[in-house]
Write a new protein. Sequence first.
Length: 259
Amino acid sequence: MNPIDILIVSLIAFIVFYYAYLRYKEEKYKEEKMLIPTLESYKNKFLEEKQQFLKKSEDLKQKLLQLKEELENLKKNFNSYPWTQSQIDYLKSMKGSELEYFFTQSFEMLGFTLIDPPIYKDHHIDTIIKYEDEKKVEYFAVDFVDFTEIKKIDDNYIKELLKGKDKYGCQKVLIITNGYFSENQKERFIKSDINFFELEQIVKFFPSLNFFYRYDELKSKYYACEILHKETFDEVIRRDHWLEEVEEKLLQAMERQKN
């Protein structure tokens, strides 16, 4: 390639790159010129969204207070939900995890604190109940036994329960069944200072299934609303963070414009 060709190619390359540079400068100028209006637009958008989420958060907070009040009122009207024969028949048919869920939730409804052992069914213990009043605090090691499992309770079974009681520092052992213990089993319980509930005591002292289902429904709504309230308020915090970033960039853009 001769010098003339090299000069022509270099000139064309220079023109192309210079044009590209001018276009880049022009775009940067437009971008800088539009930066403040764009940032202002984002600021207004985030402010509007923040207000929307704040309102939603406040509405959810009021809903939480309403659900909490409904739960408290429901507890006060415990006796308005008596056991029916059909509910008792269904209770008698419960097995395993269904029975355990009913009792654990029922204890919570009655105001007890439940503590799960670190090992599932350790020494036959399903849960530990904390009872507290002005005078004392007591812990009960609790075993839920459905009507099909009653026959497995013998001396060795009771010894395991007592080991569990000592292991977890409980004052009492409580066995609950939706059936009936034999007289021989009851004698062993009394001899070992073990408390027990049979079907008749459950119906007398525990909430009915209708109460249980209503309470469980309200509690589920409360937890769902609580999660939604947290997520909504997180959006408010997120908008605050975005607004701080936009306002900082606005200040920087205004400073550059002055200069």
